[in-house]
Structure formats: structure tokens, C-alpha cells
Design a protein around this ligand. Sequence first.
Ligand code: 3H9
Length: 699
Amino acid sequence: MSRQVVHLDVDQGVAIIAIDNPPVNALGHAVRDGLVEALTRAEADPAVKVIVLACRGRTFSAGADITEFGTPPRDPGLHEVIERFDECSKPTIAALFGTTLGGGLELAMGCHYRVATESARMGLPEVKLGLLPGAGGTQRLPRLIGPEKAVTAIVSGKMIGAKAALADGLIDAVVAEPVQGAVDFAHTIGTTSPVRVRDRDEKLAAAKADPAAFERAAADAVKRLRGIEAPAACVESVRNAFTMDFEAGLAAERAMFMRLVTGDQSRAQRHVFFAEREAQKIPGMASGLKPAAIGQAAVIGAGTMGGGIAMNFANAGVPVTLVETGEAALQRGLDRVRETYDISVRRGALPAGATEARMALVSGTTDWARLAEADMVIEAAFEEMDLKKEIFARLDGVAKSGAVLATNTSTLDIDAIAAATARPADVLGMHFFSPANVMKLLEIVRGRDTSHQAIATAIAVGKAMGKVPVVVGNCDGFVGNRMLARRTTECERLLLEGALPQQVDAVVLKFGFPMGPFAMGDLAGLDVGWRIRKHRGVTAPISDVLCEQGRFGQKTGRGYYLYESGSRTPTPDPEVEALIIETSARLGVTRRAIGDQEILERMTYPMINEAARILEEGIAIRPSDIDVVWVYGYGWPVWRGGPCFHADLVGLPEIVARLEHYAGASGDEGVRPAALLRQLAEQGKGFADIGKDAKAAAA
Ligand code: 3H9
């Protein structure tokens, strides 16, 4: 028998309809059915004067059940349920707490009143799934808070707290406890007949008379959202709220929702939503395994990376000690952390006083004995194996038993580092991306002997820091940088064969990345790769020549591009063009015009090929983990779902054929299609099928 997901209780004239659908009270078919049935009974019951809509468990509703999207619709639809609450002859009050999102908030706005606890947060985040609110949100929110605030909230998908919601008119009262608060509120409304949100037009009047302020807010909200369909649809639909009547606005919203929900962009964004959560599930790990509590952390190395990592701990409320070899370096590191917090406060990203509050959790020392206090230590010293081994051997002597010992290496062998200790089970990689306090991706690198306990703890710490952790295997470059290396090789080749940096960057930008690879290289510093190439005895003719001329990128004002004094805007440089042409001639390469399609293929297919090898070797657990790495660590546009999702859309047979062609043209066997890619293509399968097979096996 299926469990009951909606309950109805009547007490002293108040009916309480409670959704009970863990974990997040998503509004799946059974819930919608249950809501209509409970409401019908409550409305028909003469003893009921007021109806409270509540949720059990840890939160109010997270909205429509996303897993139902893409499956045939089943009545009653969410909009029908909301209409029933809206048209109810008895007052309906939603009792909000936790997070009230998407369809959950739309349902609450279908009620006549809303109360919320002080810690409650609410929002319409559909845009993050490539959608617009499709159950009346774009029509009711403007009626409650005005079209300007509504368009900003809906296009950003950001949540607002109860206090702001009360000030804006989204809720009617802040209460101590949701259900009791709603019942108490019911007594204050007396016998006045409820006003439906759909009939409240007063906040639309100003925009109807002069839409200029709305258009400004809308333009501001969508700026920088190139290439994405959902934000524009959100704007159009909110505009309809004051240019059409309610029913017409609702119908238009529904039509746009149906168009978006079946489109590739929303499919991609929903894929990433679930992929991010799936990435935290590690096959073979006991489900009851509890991460260790981290009461105190330490970071070895107070450079830019170490400081950024320390900030992550402080942001998560964990006291952290920065450990350096000398006082001067330590002070510089602490100053940099303070300055970074100050900048965030000045920009309004953090509240006033945040610097002192966070710095109270950050201490510094040159005394290694202090490492004995830490439950987790992250080493962020120079990228040199001997140095890392020395640090870990020393750390082994002082760290407390059971502490997680992590290295932030981006390339080095975790097993070799772990071997410097007598406790390899506690050693793993925690690869943060620069700037470490900003970038969301955290690659957790497991070595041969790393324990599940250490991995679980690293995942929990990463989540507490607001990162997206992905567990990867131990190899050169792990997942992200190993794939990136393929793109970097193609970049150099494209320049030699006939392209220019600005052409390649434009193609990559158009695809949706925030930056092209050459502008990115200039930002990161070209000397970094140059040093690594020299160390490994490899060359990249054009990049090498630029570095030999002191063109290290933005920091020297010149790299692949020119940067006017202090500016970060790349300007194409005729000198670089001449240099590239000269290098092609010197190496006997006849330059040719290269089309944008070829550039795009070479910027993505060899990377996708490397992803297949990474899966063959078990370095990534599942293709969707690779997508998460690229979306959160390298700016792959979320609405394109990540490299594996994108590959499935293009079709693997096409990618295999093109890779064969490019491997033939370059003579680079690394570009030759991987066995897995070939096999999937031959079987008419895609990366998604590997994910499905893995899931079925795990179940
Ligand atoms: C919508 O409402 C459309 C309407 O406008 C129109 C309809 C016609 N559905 O994130 P967590 C799962 S679109 C199904 O780890 P947290 C999630 O996959 C919806 N499943 O917890 C995970 O499963 P598992 C608009 C969902 O505490 C588990 O719940 N709403 C849904 O860190 C726990 O999730 C949103 O976009 C869902 N709606 O965060 C809100 N939500 O354990 C999306 C979650 O198997 N949700 N799951 O991995 C969230 O932002 C977060 O889940 C939330 C909780 C903040 C609620």
C-alpha cells in the first residue's frame, strides 16, 4: 500500500492540510491528488471555517517534482490544484518554514494568506532549471510585490528571507511556529471574505501607466545572461502580468513553460541539478557512514591558494590555523585574507562587520606543533613532489590520530604523497580551483588506500563550504585538468594552422563559456604552463615564443592580447598576429582559413574523447560527474549540461567520425577515438546509458 502523503485534521474550526512527502515535499502526482481530495473535504465540512496549508518534515515544499518532467502529464496538474485553493470559499493560509520554492511558493501564493517563520526563505528558482515558474508564479508574484521586484526575483531565482518577504508584501505575518502561527493568524482575519491574489491589481498600476521602471529592472536582470532562453521568457511572462488580464497571462505562462520544459537547455540544467547530487553518492560506501566532525582545521601554506582555502573554513564556521615557515609570509597571507573579506564587504557581498567575525576564526602560526589540534589539515604548498613528501612525513609526526590529511595538489600523485606517511588511509587530495574562496568545484582525489571515512568527511566539509564536491581517481591532472590539457593542445595547433586567438575565443564565448581559452590563459599567467613544459621537456611553439618575449598575460600587460594600462579587456595585438604567422612559416606549416565549426569541434571533441578514457580507467565514477566538474570548475555553460551531456546531444557517431578525421590530420593518436567512445557509438548508445547502467547495478 502506498503511504499517505497528504493528511487532513480538523480542530476547532480549523482544517490543517499537511503535505508529508520527504525529503522536500515535492508536489508529485500523489501529493496533488491528495491536496485536491483534502481541500474538497475541508471545504464541504460545515465545521471548517479556515484552512491551513502546512508541510511536515524539514521544510515547506521544494516545488514541482522535477523527476516528473519529461513524463506524460497526470491530472490534476499543479495549476489545477492551485486554482482550487485560490477559488476556495473559505480562507486559506499557507504556513511556511524552511525553504518554499518554485511550485511550492506558487501554491502558497494561490492561498489567500501566507505566514512564515523568521528563518523561512522563499523563491522561484525555476530559471536555474531552464524554466519559468509555470503554475502562476509570474502572474501572482508581481501582484504581491510589484513587477520590478518580481522580475528581479524570478530572473535571478534567488531566495528572500521572511523579513524582506513581509516588507515586500509576499507574506502577511512572521510567526514563531508555522502551523500555530497560521491558526493564530486565522483568528485575526475575522469574517472578512478573502481577497484572491489574482484580483489584487494595485501593485500593477504603476507599471501599467509607465513600464519604464519595469523595463529597466528587466534589462538589468538579464544582462550577462547570453544564450539562455529561460530568463527572456521570465521577463516576457512578468510583463504579461500588467499588459494582459490574469487568465491570458496564465495561459501564456503555461505555453512558455511547456516549450521550455521540452527543450534541450532545460533538460541540460535539470541534468546538472541531479548530477550534482548524484556526485555525492559513492558506490560501495556504507549508507550509514558518518563524516568525522571537524572542530578545528589547519592549512599549510599561506599563499593565495592557502589563504582562499582558510577562508572557506571560516565561511563554514570552522576555526582554522594558517601555518607558514616564516613570520613575514604568514603576515602577508593573513593580510591578504583580511583584504579579500574587506573587498567583499565593500562590494556588499558580505554584511558590515563580516571581516572581523570571519577573521576571529582565522589564526596563524609558524609553530608546527599547532597542527596537532586540527581534525583536518590541507597542504597548499608549492607544487613540488619532494617538498610535499617532506611536509607529509613531518605532518605524520604531529597530526592527531584520525585527522584527514589532504593535499591541494592539482597534478601530483596522491599515492606517492600518502606513502610519506604511516597512515595512507587518511590521505587524499582536495583540489580547490582558483580563486579558492570563489570557485564552486572541489575535486576530492582518492588514492589507492584512502578510506571511505576520509572521503565522506571531505565531501561533508566541501558541502559545508558551499562547494560542489566530486570524487575522482588519482592520475595526472585528475578529471578537469586532464581534459583541459587536450583543449590546450588544440589551441596551440589551431594558431599554427591558421586561426588567431580572437577567432578561437569568439567561438568558445559564443558556445557559452564566460571566457575564451586565450583570454583565460592571459588571466592565469602564461608563465605557469611555460615552466611546467620546460620541466617536462615539451614545447608549445607559439606560447613559448610569447613567454620568451616576457608576454606572460595580464600581469605583464601583454600576452596573447594587449591590455591597456590596468585594463582587463583583451585587445587583439598585430604583433602577436605577426609572431604567429612567423612561427607557422618557421615550422613549415601552410596556414589556411579555419571555419568556426572546426574550431568548436576541436575545442570540445578531443576533451570529450579524454572523458571517455577517464571513464574507461575508472578515474571518474560516472559521466555526469565529469559534467559537474566542467560546469562548476571550468565555466562550461550549465544550459549545455557538461561535455558528456553535450556529446550525447551531438551524437557519438558524429564525434567519433570527426575525431578520426582530426587524428589523421594531426597524427596525434591522443585524438583517436577512445575504445569506449567507439563502442558506445557502434551500439547506438550515449554517455547517459553508462550512467543508467551504473545506477541499475548500484540498485
Ligand atoms: C517547479 O516547481 C515548476 C513549477 O513552477 C511549475 C510546474 C507546473 N523534485 O538538494 P538536496 C531531491 S520546478 C524532485 O540534496 P538540500 C534531490 O534530488 C522546481 N526531487 O537537499 C535529493 O534527492 P536525493 C522548482 C527533488 O537540503 C533530495 O531531494 N524548485 C526536488 O541540500 C534532497 O535534495 C527547485 O528548483 C524537486 N523539486 O536542499 C528547488 N528538490 O537525496 C530544487 C529536491 O535522491 N531543490 N529534490 O539525491 C532545491 O533547491 C534543494 O533540493 C532544497 C533542499 C533547497 C529544497
